[in-house]
Design a protein around this ligand. Structure first.
Ligand code: ACO
Ligand SMILES: O=CC(=O)O
Ligand code: MG
Length: 530
């Protein structure tokens, strides 16, 4: 394809002023155009499929195991091989593709690092493209950084974590880039640019192009990723099966299709991961018309029966098919100014990791470098081998009812207030280009914020009676929101957060919570303001 043809097919949103010539090269753009032309229509049609399925859930249907794939669930087959640098994934650190944080994460002592263009990245054009520059420099091992405020310099240690990259989900467009006059798929842009620029260098480094795949809802969406991988490998002339992917199980429907996901990606898959926060969000979202109201956010934990059932099933199916079952993210992060509170937070992380390894997980996630040693110690104690894939969970049957069992617990005024407060603060952070924030000593990202706003919508819709006997109505919400706003403003001042978009964050939050129709993702609605 000639450069002239490429230029006819490409366009940029009028807000774009930086065209990142070192990343958006003619050759890379040619690859993105081909990805778009080959796969975008199928993506759009799968998104339509999601809507149709939601309509059925809204009419009372419950998620179930697909009838047409019974043979796959019952068949005797195994996933392909796991490369040597992904055999031991006991501690995985995650974080946005910020330059300094990436160096810190790669140096953290974790086995792997998931560089995240998804839940923890606010997808401004700058974050997305700077992220690609940082990834490229990390792969070439030339990445460095100087903090001009304190003079601290950063560069890679000799030994670094194995890199995995999480592109954005199928539902997101990259509005800044137009291909054939359509907004590009954010997944294909993130995947395509990283793969095009780095796959060969990664192979030279003795590793490979490794990905995390977020928010899949149906096995056909996994098939689409597989088709993209096959095409991309052929395009660069690298062997089929070089790409390795770990699929996040973070939607309620995915939980019913674990074998199917692995089967679709058989040559490329090395693991499933329990994306617990989006999973809770998905439970609320998908089952919103059902009488399955959730209690306060803090009460839905990995010990809650439907969460426990889901994680055990992930472990069971992964081990049956010969791949890793990776655990999820404890929300606690270190607390600097209070030793007792810090110890309590670290103890919560330790207990969470202990439960995971004892259940059979082969690895886990941490949100902060200071948590690597804790998770490492727990897994070293209970998992002497590189992983525990060989350990099969026999005699356990998780039923459809187990997977959607209603969680017990109360909805409280404190829970309403917390959801409002954290939800607004997170939206403000996201609108200011920061997709992961430490709020009230917990890690908050797009997935945790989704729970906050979705619960409020659910509680209003179902006219929930709070612990104190009051029904949550729109007017009670507005009263509490007005009070919380004062606390939000005080928090912003104390923590020196930028506040210029507070009015927008507030309006967005109200719209999300009070709308008659549930908005599928807060990020798609808020993206208009980036
Ligand atoms: C639901 C999900 O999807 S979970 C996965 C997606 N979410 C994430 O990955 C969140 C990852 N975590 C983070 O982004 C951060 O830990 C936050 C935003 C929660 C807190 O960050 P901070 O407020 O900067 O924490 P703190 O001040 O304690 O950081 C201390 C140092 O650790 C670094 N650090 C903190 N978290 C990370 C991380 N995840 N990766 C790399 N470095 C990190 C900071 O950059 C800082 O470095 P410095 O001392 O060289 O300046
Ligand atoms: O992506 C992880 C999650 O918990 O959501
Ligand atoms: Mg998630």
């Amino acid at each position: 394809m000639s450069l002239v043809m490429n230029q006819q097919k490409l366009g940029f949103n009028t807000a774009v002023t930086n065209y990142y010539p070192e990343i958006l090269t003619d050759e890379a753009m040619e690859f993105l155009i081909l990805l778009h032309e080959n796969f975008n229509a199928q993506r759009i049609s799968l998104l339509e499929r999601r809507k149709k399925e939601q309509n059925l859930f809204n009419k009372g249907k419950k998620p179930g195991f697909p009838v047409e794939t019974k043979a796959i669930r019952e068949g005797n087959w195994m996933a392909g091989s796991i490369p040597s640098d992904l055999k031991d994934r006991r501690v995985e650190i995650t974080g946005p593709t910020d330059r300094k944080m990436m160096i810190n994460a790669l140096n953290s002592g974790a086995k792997t690092f998931m560089a995240d263009l998804e839940d923890s990245t606010s997808p401004t054009w700058r974050n997305v493209l700077d992220g690609q520059i940082n990834l490229r420099d990390a792969v070439s091992r030339t990445i460095s950084f100087k903090n001009n405020t304190n003079g601290k310099r950063y560069q890679l240690n000799e030994q670094t974590a194995t890199l995995l990259v999480r592109p954005r989900g199928w539902h997101l467009n990259e509005k800044h880039l137009l291909i054939n006059k359509e907004e590009a798929s954010a997944s294909l842009v993130d995947f395509g640019l990283f793969f095009f620029h780095n796959a060969k260098q990664l192979l030279k480094n003795g590793t490979g192009p490794y990905f995390y795949l977020p928010k899949l809802e149906h096995y056909l969406e996994a098939r689409l990723w597989n088709d993209v991988f096959v095409f991309a490998q052929d395009y660069l002339g690298i062997p089929k099966g070089t790409i390795k992917a770990t699929v996040l199980i973070e939607t309620i429907t995915a939980s019913f299709q674990l074998d199917e996901f692995i089967f679709e990606l058989k040559d490329h898959i090395v693991g499933l991961n329990c994306g617990r926060w989006d999973y809770i969000f998905s439970y609320i979202k998908k089952l919103r018309a059902h009488d399955l109201v959730t209690p306060d956010r803090a009460e839905v934990t990995m010990q809650t029966p439907f969460m426990k059932a889901y994680s055990l099933r992930v472990i069971q199916i992964c081990h049956k098919r010969g791949i890793h079952a990776i655990g999820g993210m404890a929300a606690q992060i270190p607390i600097k100014e209070d030793d007792a509170a810090n110890n309590a937070a670290l103890e919560k992380v330790r207990r969470d990791k202990e439960a995971e390894v004892l259940n059979g997980h082969d690895g886990t996630w941490v949100a902060h470098p200071a948590l690597v040693a804790i998770a490492m110690e727990v897994f070293n104690t209970h998992m002497p081998e590189a992983n525990q894939i060989e350990k099969q969970i026999e005699g356990l049957t998780i039923t459809a009812e187990d997977l959607i069992e209603q969680p017990e617990g109360q909805c409280t005024e404190a829970g309403v207030r917390k959801n409002i407060n954290v939800g607004i603060l997170y939206l403000l952070s996201w609108l200011n280009g920061n997709g992961a924030a430490a709020l009230y000593h917990l890690m908050e990202d797009a997935a945790t914020a989704e729970i906050s706003r979705a619960q409020l919508w659910q509680w209003l819709k179902h006219k929930v009676v709070l612990e104190d006997g009051r029904t949550l109505t729109k007017s009670l919400y507005t009263e509490l929101r007005t009070e919380e706003l004062k606390k939000v403003e005080a928090y912003i001042t104390k923590s020196k957060m930028p506040d210029t978009l507070l009015g927008t964050a507030l309006q967005l939050f109200d719209d999300l919570v009070l709308a008659d129709t549930f908005e599928d993702f807060l990020t798609t609605k808020a993206y208009a303001y980036l």
